[in-house]
Design a protein around this ligand. Structure first.
Ligand code: UDP
Length: 313
């Protein structure tokens, strides 16, 4: 049994990671300040003896009693709407929070995996994105607060690896979906499901020709788990290469929900919205023996069941 600290534990990805590490028989110390997380995502774990919850903001000094084997740093606002609303907190958790957790990893001699993002590639000029692409980020644009925080996160993680010999792992997460996404986080998928279920216009930004590649959360968690256990310290893309335009994506959700009142409603395209995004997962395939297993059709059905229970009760 390992002792594992998960930050952002009450969030979408954090809570699924808690479930996975509990299922593997480990002791999970969950940490969150509930800025964007929701205790409802982990309340089913509270009765377990091998689960503890700490309400804490990781931008402040992080104290955890006892030994730690693994740290997974997943705390951060993560949707464009959230980080536009909370730019300073987003910068602080990526920078100060990561620094605190690297310091904790060093003090406890723990291995740390940090959550980076496809946003480090910005509006990419290389397609699909390979890990050796340096990206095309506007540091002073609205998304800069998230993108640069995550780029700093990678840089300081590499510095702790190189200078302090801390065992580090960096995952670059591409668009991921599944149960426990916040209905109102402003991202395309929760917005589209909510609008389709309510019989409203699906707010497609721009002409909807921009693309994304959506990974089901169980696949992502498997990739992260394998990366943590690997001995590879450079960044690894984890995502599903199955790319789709946002317009087609909205139409898929309309067809799945089957509400005749739903329709596509075009809105202004946000500043610096990446035009294309697709992970090159050659590295994950070779190093981790990992590739996604859940086709979008299947993942969307499971996610629809979740949003139905959230919206129709
Ligand atoms: N998008 C959209 N309608 C929405 C929310 C998002 O058309 O209500 C678009 C957004 O402009 C982007 C894509 O869908 O091109 C994915 O956006 P999301 O916020 O899910 O995440 P991103 O991949 O941009 O971080």
């Amino acid at each position: 049994m390992k002792r594992v600290l998960i930050t952002g534990a009450a969030g979408f990805l954090g809570s699924h990671l808690c479930d996975r590490f509990i299922r593997e028989g480990h002791h999970v110390i969950a940490m969150d300040n509930l800025l964007t997380g929701d205790l409802a995502n982990i309340e089913h774990l509270f009765p377990l003896k091998n689960f503890e919850y700490y309400h804490h903001d990781v931008t402040k000094f992080v104290h955890v009693p006892g030994e730690l084997d693994y740290i997974l740093h997943f705390a951060s606002p993560a949707s464009p709407i959230d980080y536009l609303k909370m730019p300073i907190q987003t910068l602080k958790v990526g920078a100060l929070g990561t620094h605190n957790l690297l310091g904790l990893a060093k003090a406890k001699n723990a291995r740390i995996l940090v959550a980076s993002t496809s946003e480090v590639y910005g509006d990419p000029l290389v397609h699909p994105q390979t890990e050796d692409y340096w990206g095309n980020v506007n540091p002073v644009g609205p998304r800069g607060v998230y993108d640069e925080a995550k780029r700093f996160l990678e840089a300081i993680t590499m510095a702790y690896h190189n200078f302090h010999n801390v065992e580090t792992r960096i995952v670059r997460i591409f668009n991921t979906y599944g149960p426990r996404m916040r209905v109102d986080d402003g991202r395309a998928l929760p917005a589209f499901f909510a609008q389709a279920i309510r019989g409203q216009g699906l707010t497609v930004f721009g002409d909807g020709s921009q693309t994304r590649s959506f990974c089901y959360v169980d696949d992502l968690v498997e990739g992260i788990y394998r990366l943590l256990l690997s001995d590879y310290h450079l960044p690894v893309n984890i995502g599903n290469p199955d790319e789709i335009s946002i317009r087609e994506f909205a139409e898929e959700i309309i067809a799945l929900v089957g509400n005749p009142a739903a329709y596509v409603s075009y809105r202004e395209l946000p500043t610096d919205d990446p035009k294309v995004r697709q992970p090159d997962i050659t590295k994950a395939r070779e190093i981790l023996g990992w590739e996604p297993q859940v086709p979008r059709r299947e993942g969307l059905k499971k996610t629809y069941e979740y949003f139905k229970t959230r919206l129709l009760r």
